[in-house]
Design a binder for this molecule. Structure first.
Ligand SMILES: [Mg+2]
Length: 225
C-alpha cells in the first residue's frame, strides 16, 4: 500500500467493523434483539424482525442509533444485559494489534473515534483490552453529533488537536469517510472486510484494505489471501 507515514501524525480509527468484527453487532441487532423481543411480546420472530428493523431504520444516522439507553426504553429490554449474553462474539480483527503497535513505535497519535455509546465501549474495551494502545477514546455521544454529520470532524477538534492534512482515518462506513473527506481529512482508508462472515468488496471511492497489515510497511499484503 502506498502510504507515506512521514506525512501522517494522527490516526483516527473507528471501532465496530474497523477494529472489531462487526459480526457481533450485526448478529446482536438483527438476530438476538428480535429474538428476545419476540419472546417478551409473544410474537413470531418474523414479526419482531419486521417491526424492529423498521424502528432501527427510523433512527439511522442519529445518535439514538447507538444509544443503548434509548433502545432499552424504546424496546423495554435491558440492552446492555442482552449484549453480555452474546459477548463471546466480540472479536478483534486480525493484525489490528500489530498495526496499533506499529503506530505506537513510530510516535503516531492514535485515537479511537466511535459512534458507540459509553456502555458499549466499556463492554468492548473490557473484552478486547485495546484501550491502552490509544492516546484516547472519543465517543460521538461526547461530541454531540454522529460521524455521519458533516459538522462532526470539525467539532472533534475540540477534543483532539489534529491537522486534517496529516491525518489518516480508518472506517468501515463510506458515509463517514465522505463526511471526513468534505472536512478535509487527507488519508482515507475503507476497511472492506468489516465482518468475518462477509465477502469483502472494495470501495470504488476510497483506498480499501482487508487487513491493517496492508498499511504496515514491510508487512506487505501477507494477510490479504
Ligand atoms: Mg464502523
Amino acid at each position: 500500500m502506498n502510504i507515506d507515514w512521514n506525512c501522517i501524525d494522527t490516526v483516527l480509527l473507528d471501532m465496530d467493523g474497523t477494529l472489531l468484527d462487526r459480526h457481533f453487532d450485526d448478529h446482536f441487532w438483527l438476530e438476538h434483539v428480535p429474538k428476545r423481543w419476540a419472546d417478551q411480546n409473544r410474537t413470531s420472530l418474523e414479526f419482531a424482525k419486521e417491526h424492529l428493523y423498521a424502528l432501527f431504520r427510523s433512527q439511522e444516522n442519529t445518535l439514538n442509533w447507538t444509544d443503548l439507553d434509548y433502545w432499552s426504553d424504546r424496546l423495554h429490554l435491558d440492552i446492555p444485559l442482552l449484549k453480555q449474553e452474546v459477548e463471546h462474539l466480540i472479536a478483534v480483527h486480525p493484525f489490528v494489534v500489530e498495526f496499533l503497535l506499529y503506530l505506537k513505535q513510530h510516535g503516531k497519535s492514535a485515537w479511537l473515534v466511535t459512534n458507540a455509546h459509553s456502555k458499549t465501549l466499556d463492554l468492548k474495551m473490557k473484552k478486547t483490552r485495546l484501550g491502552p494502545y490509544f492516546n484516547g477514546i472519543i465517543s460521538a455521544h461526547q461530541v454531540g453529533l454522529p460521524k455521519e454529520d458533516d459538522r462532526f470532524w470539525n467539532a472533534l477538534q475540540d477534543f483532539i488537536s489534529y491537522d486534517p492534512d496529516r491525518t489518516l482515518l480508518g472506517e468501515d462506513s463510506e458515509t463517514n469517510l465522505g463526511t471526513a473527506e468534505r472536512f478535509g481529512i487527507r488519508y482515507l482508508v475503507y476497511i472492506s472486510r468489516y465482518s468475518s462472515v462477509v465477502i469483502p468488496t472494495p470501495s470504488s471511492n476510497y483506498l480499501s484494505i482487508n487487513y491493517f497489515s496492508q498499511l504496515i510497511p514491510g508487512h506487505g499484503d501477507k494477510a490479504a489471501d
